[in-house]
Design a protein. Structure first.
Length: 117
């Protein structure tokens, strides 16, 4: 899955760059959307993100492109790779600013792990 996002002033830290927590929120949300489309009707919860490293800072007005792809399949979990690329509004030249893997677990209504369909 691929999606785009525009960095606005409300997304910035006190230093004037994209707040890391905002980027993590987007990763969690967009990866969950990909998982929900892959496993409709399944309750999926975030289990983990690994190797969280912010590679480049992101300025106000940047256009972010998120690439979310399935990476590993388990019995009760699915892991997606997530890469984020930034470009300015006047250029299509992108650079990778963040990457991670995010794992979701299928659970029942009581929160107990269940087999993925």
């Amino acid at each position: 899955m691929e999606t785009l996002c525009f960095v606005r002033p409300e997304h910035l830290s006190h230093q004037g760059f994209l707040f890391g927590g905002q980027l993590l929120k987007w990763i969690d949300e967009y990866a969950w959307l990909a998982a929900a489309r892959d496993y409709p009707g399944t309750i999926l919860v975030t289990r983990a993100m690994d190797n969280i490293q912010f590679k480049k800072r992101v300025c106000n007005g940047a256009i972010l492109r998120f690439e979310i792809q399935p990476k590993r399949y388990g019995n009760t979990s699915i892991t997606y790779s997530a890469e984020v690329f930034a470009s300015s509004q006047d250029s299509r030249n992108e650079e990778m600013v963040f990457s991670t893997h995010i794992t979701f677990v299928a659970v029942n209504e009581k929160g107990k792990k269940i087999q993925l369909p």
